[in-house]
Design a protein around this ligand. Structure first.
Ligand SMILES: Cc1cc2nc3c(=O)[nH]c(=O)nc-3n(C[C@H](O)[C@H](O)[C@H](O)COP(=O)(O)OP(=O)(O)OC[C@H]3O[C@@H](n4cnc5c(N)ncnc54)[C@H](O)[C@@H]3O)c2cc1C
Length: 348
C-alpha cells in the first residue's frame, strides 16, 4: 500500500515476475512526494522530488530501463548568497561539477506515470486509505477509512513509518519494539514548502545569472533554474522558509516576488504562473508530530524484518539503509522487499 515511488517500483518489479500486486493509495493521485505541476505555458514544475546524481545508481538504472532521459541542472553564471536582509547578496560561481545534479526530462512525474503504465489499471486503487490491518491467520484483512474490506496474502507498507504508527491500527498489535520506533523515524521533507515560478523566457540567464540563490534572511531559502531540457520552457523552483507555513499562498507569493525582484530585477514580476506546496497534509505528516533530527532512525533494523507471520513488510524510502529519504532510497527499499517476497515465495 502507498502509490509513491517505492510502492510503484515494487509493483513493477513483481509484475515482471507475474506476481500480482494491488496498489492501495490513500490520496486521489499517484506519486506521493513526487508531484510535477504544469504551468499555464505547460512547463513541468516540480513541487516535490527533483534532483539526483550518479551515486543514485538504482534510480539511474530504472530511468534507463524505462526509456526515460535525464539532463543536467543548469548552474552557469552568477549565483547569489544572501546572509543579511540589509546587505546586498554576495555573488559566487559554481565550478563545473564532476558529479552533476540531474533532473528527469519532462518532469519527475514521468517516472511515476511510466511505472503506473506498466501495471494493470485495475490494480491501482486511488482514494483507498488503509486504516486497520488484521491478521486472520492465513491472510491479512485490510479495512479502509470508508469501511471497505480487502484481503491479501502479504501487505507491504510503502509509506513513511511515522504515518504507519499514527494512522494504521494493527490487530494483534505490532511488537512493542516496532510501535516504539515508528513515531521516531523522521519523514524526509515533511513540513517543507516548495515553490515554482514559470516565465516565458529566461531573462536571468540573459543577464548573466544562474538562477541559483541561497538566503538566510528572505522567504526563498534556496532556488534553482527550472528551465526544461529542450530550453523552451522556463522557470524557477526552490524552497521557502518553513516559518511561512501559516501564511496564505497569496502572501507567500508576494514575498517571493519582492525578494526576487530585488535581486534579479523587475522582469521577475512578469511571471506566467506561481504555485507552492506545503508538505504537511495527512498523506505525509502524522498527527502530533514530534520534531526529529533529519533522517533520525531511517533504515532502522526493525523496519527490515517481516511481521504477522511473514505477511507484513515495510518498504518506503525511510526504511532504506542507503540513501534513505531520497528517491534512490525509495527504490532501494522496493528492491529489498522484492527479494524478500521472491525468496519467501520460492520457499513455499
Ligand atoms: C518537497 C520535496 C522535495 C524533495 N526533493 C527530492 C530531491 O530533489 N531528490 C530526491 O531524491 N528526493 C527528494 N525528495 C524525497 C522523495 O520525494 C522521496 O524520497 C520519495 O518520493 C519517497 O517515496 P516513497 O514511495 O517512499 O514515499 P511517498 O512518496 O511518501 O509515498 C507514500 C504514499 O503512501 C500514501 N499513503 C499514506 N497513507 C496511506 C494509507 N493509510 N493508505 C494508503 N496509502 C497511504 C501517500 O499518499 C503516498 O502516495 C523530496 C521530497 C519532497 C516532499
Amino acid at each position: 500500500m502507498g502509490g509513491g515511488l517505492s510502492g510503484l517500483t515494487l509493483a513493477y518489479l513483481l509484475s515482471k515476475q507475474n506476481i500480482g500486486a494491488t496498489i492501495l493509495e490513500a490520496s486521489s493521485r499517484l506519486g506521493g512526494r513526487i508531484q510535477t505541476a504544469t504551468g499555464t505555458l505547460e512547463t513541468p514544475l516540480e513541487l516535490g522530488a527533483t534532483w539526483f546524481s550518479d551515486v543514485h545508481q538504482n534510480l539511474c538504472t530504472l530511468i534507463d530501463e524505462l526509456g526515460l532521459k535525464k539532463f543536467e541542472q543548469f548552474s552557469k553564471g552568477k549565483s547569489l548568497f544572501q546572509t543579511k536582509s540589509f546587505e546586498p547578496p554576495q555573488e559566487f560561481f559554481v565550478p563545473e561539477s564532476q558529479s552533476p545534479s540531474y533532473r528527469i526530462v519532462d518532469g519527475t512525474q514521468t517516472l511515476i506515470n511510466t511505472l503506473a503504465n506498466q501495471l494493470d489499471n485495475e490494480n491501482i486503487k486511488l482514494n483507498t486509505k488503509v486504516a486497520t490491518i488484521t491478521n486472520l491467520g492465513n491472510e491479512l484483512e485490510l479495512e479502509t477509512s470508508n469501511e471497505q474490506k480487502l484481503q491479501a496474502d502479504k501487505v507491504v507498507l510503502c509509506l513513511p513509518p511515522q504515518l504507519v504508527g499514527s494512522r494504521i491500527q494493527f490487530f494483534p498489535g505490532l511488537p512493542n519494539s516496532v510501535s516504539t520506533v515508528l513515531p521516531i523515524v523522521q519523514t524526509w521533507m515533511a513540513g517543507s514548502i516548495k515553490f515554482v515560478l514559470e516565465y516565458d523566457n529566461h531573462f536571468w540567464r540573459n543577464n548573466g545569472y544562474s538562477g541559483m540563490l541561497f538566503s538566510h534572511s528572505g522567504i526563498v531559502s534556496e532556488m534553482h533554474d527550472h528551465t526544461n531540457a529542450e530550453e523552451n520552457k522556463f522557470g524557477f523552483t526552490g524552497f521557502l522558509n518553513g516559518g511561512t507555513i501559516s501564511y496564505s499562498q497569496e502572501i507567500r507569493k508576494e514575498f517571493v516576488l519582492r525578494q526576487l525582484a530585488e535581486f534579479l530585477g523587475s522582469e521577475v514580476l512578469n511571471y506566467s504562473s506561481y504555485s507552492d506546496k506545503v508538505w504537511a497534509d495527512e498523506f505525509i505528516m502524522s498527527k502530533n508530530q514530534t520534531i526529529l533530527r533529519p533522517h533520525q532512525n531511517n533504515g532502522n533494523p526493525l523496519l527490515q524484518n517481516s511481521y504477522m507471520n511473514d505477511k507484513l513488510l515495510f518498504s518506503g524510502t525511510e526504511t532504506a539503509t542507503e540513501f534513505a529519504g531520497y528517491m534512490e532510497g525509495a527504490i532501494n527499499s522496493a528492491l529489498r522487499v522484492y527479494e524478500q517476497i521472491k525468496s519467501s515465495s520460492n520457499g513455499k
